[in-house]
Write a protein that binds this ligand. Sequence first.
Ligand code: SF4
Length: 228
Amino acid sequence: MEIDTAALKGKGFFQQIQKDKFSLRLCTSGGTTSTGYLKKAIEIADIYGKGQIHFTTRQQIEIPYITAENVDAVQKLLSDANIRSSTVGPRVRTVSACLGAAVCKFGQIETGELANEIHDKYSGRELPAKLKIAITGCKNNCAKVEANDIGIRGTSHGYMMYFGGCFGHEIRVGKPFLPVLKEKDTVLKVIEYTVNFFVSNAAKGERLGKLIDRIGIDVFKKAIEFAV
Ligand code: SF4
């Protein structure tokens, strides 16, 4: 049977080194999910996988060892439980976050709701290249925000944003180009300006950091400063 691996990838199923097996990546925006969600993931892993669950470095859940014949049955289970597979490819990726001020005693900003708000608005948006966003509640930086295209860190005065980071075969440290932002709405507006700027200016496969290097920091700063 011929397997359309690209189509399966679009549904969150990645081909493994064992070419007849696929690993399913589930969406866990903000890194927090319900026990019901986990029970469903366990059910899928037990019935259609090998009883294994993997947690990615960006807080996503992966269920390996699913065969192509079982993809439809797994998708039905996901859809019945209202669980989405994770975004892949040149799109806004699932937002990762630490526990933040709702739970952590060091937290200076709320992180989970902000992650979900960003995720609901942008996740899956088609882009010239992938765009990763992370949120961390304080200077301890548990979510490692400078390793993301857009990072948000809580401070005692509000939100510090970082731009242009990535941590893969190329490593770049995201940089702050704006003063600390006091309001969450301003952060959301800056994200909107950044995403629009990225869509309008990036070449295919060009990450935000490379785009900023190519066109110049001042041009990028000017584009996002309008949001502040
Ligand atoms: S970054 Fe700060 S707020 Fe977030 S989990 Fe770590 S210590 Fe807590």
